[in-house]
Each structure stands twice: as structure tokens, then as C-alpha cells.
Design a protein around this ligand. Sequence first.
Ligand code: N01
Length: 546
Amino acid sequence: MVQTNQSLKLDAVVVGAGFSGLYMLYRLREAGFSTRVFEAATDVGGVWYANRYPGAKCDSESIIYNYTFSNELLQEWTWTSRFPEQAEILNYLNFVTDRLDLRRDIQFNTRISAAHYDEENKNWKIEADDGTAYIAKYFITGVGCLSASNIPNFKGLTSFKGEAYHTGHWPHEKVDFSGKRVGLIGTGSSGIQAIPVIAEEAGHLTVFQRTPAYSTPARNYRYDPEFIRQTKANYEEIRQQIRWSKMGYLHKVINNRSALEDTPEERQQEYEKVWEKGGLGFSQTYNDLLVNGESNETASEFIRSKIDEIIKDSNIAKKLKPSYYYSAKRPVLDTNYYETFNRNNVTLVDVKAAPIVEITPKGLKTSEAEHELDVIVFATGYDAMTGPLFKIDIRGKEGVSLKDKWADGTQTRTYLGIANAGFPNMFMITGPESPSVLSNVPVSIEQHVEWIGDCIEYLRNNEIETIEANLDAEEAWSKHCRELAESTLLTKVDSWYTGANIKDKPRGFLIYVGGVGQYRKICDDVAAKGYEGFSLIFTNKKITTA
Ligand code: N01
């Protein structure tokens, strides 16, 4: 670690200027803490700054994909359509940044490379990749769950002579596909959004699919001004509803019974209704789709039958039909995804049957054929949850790195997904084992930011120097998270949820599935009991809470 300039001493350093970092900065600055956000990119936005691929939009409905802490912000911003496009979300985050005058405390073009806890001085030494260093009492990560992109280590990866892009790091200038031979690898949310849009423009699009996805229609539309007026008038109610809901959304389980209680005809009717409505509600058609394999199969089979209906060529339909539990991988919303495979300029290649063996100067080789390409789009996803944190060399007490701590055994362990034993005064926003990606993420971010802000104020008001999660509390929380996850189908399928998409990553389900309302209650109780499960150190006296 380089020599620290003592003049750059801060109360808090926050990493990342996305939804998390922006609100954390505001919350701490309002409470009088000197705070600086460091951001590797040239501007605010986090994943919405980076994910500029064609068709990029959000699956959460616009009116709840925003901060709710400020009525002024809610009243002054107006969303245009049901699902917000990337550019609109980025505009929104710029609006918030300017409205709250956040930019002056954000240092752009600065990647934090290391954060080491100094036990003697009870603070964090934080180093940027330009060699500058800072001291801060609190170290807070707002790095997102899906920001460390994954490009599989294909043989010959760098030999390709054409253009290559990852969806998560898309260029700012428009990529011109017109007349070109484009290959796209990956059929998760990013690929499924990009494919229909690229197909419209490309000379030919070849989609390399390893695992087919279950996708249901988004059915986006422009908002009616009257709907916006009513929404703005009712925001306080909406806010309460999403904060105490299961997943941070307004939709709830549509039929509060098992899918197996309905006859096949009744089920068909119910699924048809929800399919027509569009949006993420499909997985909520019945209350047991995520816990009962037999019920799940009824939803899975309905989507497979839709694929058969839409796709003209039965061989292509067969390749597009998934066989695992619907929604155990992140469910996907689309606009004309399946329809795109009826186009003459689109080819589907099954790379499970014939795996990609090599990227070549001219294109891509599977075990069956070579495909000549002008452009390769990697829609190959992310090293989720832990990946973004591991990009920083984070070391706690006795120089133990977070990476080593979490590599020990097969499971990452945290307390509430916010804190780690051995890492005093460090907080993670939407960290592993919090509801994070199983929720409408801004709702989870607000809850974490407010809890962390309140906690830091409590420490100041009570002259507490450090707060650190206790090992036994951490162990109990992780066990609770694992047990909850095991009671669902989510752990029964290979996905980025389980870490299975990253070679050699320890398998583990790092998301709290109990719901955002329940989670909020648990976090509030911990705080109300004087930060139960944490050790608090006053200047000369140690108190361990029960
Ligand atoms: O990534 P993914 P994503 N050879 O991991 C394939 C959020 N998000 O960027 O399934 C061949 O889902 C891989 O195949 P397989 C959202 O939470 C949200 O699409 O591992 N193929 C898979 O098909 C989402 O879930 C929004 O067999 C390979 C694909 O690449 C998350 O981000 C929009 C391969 C990766 O899919 C990630 O989505 C976009 C290989 N070696 C993203 N390696 C919205 O809100 C990987 N693949 C709308």
C-alpha cells in the first residue's frame, strides 16, 4: 500500500456511484459526515452507465424503479413507460445527482484497488489504482451484484480480428451492425433483450445458446398521464407497500393456492391471463411455483407450449424449450424474443450439443462447424454477488482478505448481508446473503443505505469507535439463509444465483429469500436491540451485544 496522504482523511469512503453509492453519499452527507464516492467510470449510473447494449431496459416497472426517500424527487421525475430503458434510467440517476448536488463529492475515473483495515488506528486505508490513498473511518461498498462481467476463457479469445463486445461494457457510441455477420453468445436477460434488436439491423445474426431460457412477454407500453397523476398522488402508499412486500414489487401472488388445486383447464386460463398481462407477475400465478416441482412443471410446460405456438420450425422450437424448473434461473422478460427465430437472417446454434471450442481470427468454432463473423457479442453474464467485491483487495483484522475468508469452506458467510466478522466498520450495500437480486433492487438499496446511515449515526452519538459482526451471529445468519434457500427450487438448478456459471467458484446460494419486508423487520430489530450480534467498541471499553 502506498504512503497515505493524511490530509485526505474522511469519515466514509463509498465505492461506486450507482443507485447505492449516490444515496449513501446523500444520507451520510446530510448527517454531517465527510464522505467521498469513488467511481471507476467517467460518470454516475453504475450498471446503467455500463449496460448500453441494444434493447437494454429494466424488468422492474418504472414507477417503483426509483428512490422513494424524497417526495420532491418522486414528484419532479416522470417516467415515460411501463419498463424503463437504460437511457431513461441513466437520465434519472443524473437528475438525482444534480438535484441533490452529489457530483462535488464523487471522484470519477478512479478505481479503488485496495482497502485495508488498520487495527492500531481503527480506520481503513483505501488505495486507488492511480496510487493515491485515503484514510476513512468507514468503508462502504456500493459495487452492485452484477458488475463483474464474465467472458469465458475461450481458446483463442484475443485472436478475433473483428469487433467484440460484452453487453455489460458496451461502447458509448452506437455499434453499427448493418449488413454485418453478428454472433451472440448467451441467452440470459441481456442476450434475450439484445437479440431482437440486433436481428433487425444485422445482415445475419447467429445465436449461440448453451441453455435455453424461459422468457415471458414484457408487454411494455407508454404510461397514460392520468396513471402518472394518480401514482404521484399515491406515492406514500406505494412506498409502504413495496418496503414491506415480499420482493419489493407491487404485484403479489395472483392466486393464493397451489397450482395443483386447479384443473388443467383452470390453470391454462390463469396462465393465459398472466401471459397476456406481461411483466414479472408470471412467476406469481400460484403460490407454490418456486417450492413445488410438480406445480412448477405446469408453468414450465405452459411456456414450452407457447414456444411451440410461436416458432414455425419445430426443430428450432425444440432447441428453444428449457427443461429445468421455471424461475429457478432468473426469469426473463422479452419483446419479440421467440418471434425473432422465425426471421430468415437468424440462426440458432445449440452449443450444449456442439460446444464452442475456439474463437478464431475469422469467427468462432464449435465442435461441429466454423462460423465466420464480423462482430461477436458476449452476453455471457457476470461473476455475481462476490465478483465485484473480489475486484478490490479488501483486508480486515490481521490482514485477512475477504477473498480468503470466503474461500475457506464452500460458503460465503456474512451477517445480514451487510457486515463481516473480522472487518470492523465495513458495510456492504446489497451484499451476499441480503435480498439483493431477488428483489426490486432500489427497494433493497434504500433499506440498506438507511440502516447503515442510522447505524453510523448511532456510533457517533454513542461515542463508539468500531462495530464488528460477531462470528456466531454471522454463522447463524448464513445457516438461516441456506435453510431458507434449500426449501425452494432455486438451489436445484445451475445458475449465476448458485455461482455455477463461474469455473471453480464455490457453489452457494448467496441471497436471502425470506423477502424484503421480513428482512427489513429483522434488520430493524437488530438495531433496536443496540445492534444485536455485533461487537461495539467504545474508546476504552468493549461491549458485546447479546
Ligand atoms: O447473464 P446470464 P445476463 N458458452 O448469466 C451463457 C440482470 N439483468 O447478463 O445458462 C456458451 O443470465 C449462459 O449459458 P448457461 C438479471 O438479473 C437484468 O444475461 O450458463 N454460453 C447464459 O445463457 C440477469 O439475470 C436485466 O448455460 C455461455 C448467458 O451466457 C443478470 O443480470 C437485463 C458460456 C449468460 O446469461 C445476468 O444476465 C440484463 C459459455 N462458455 C441483465 N458462458 C433487466 O432487468 C455463459 N454462457 C432486464
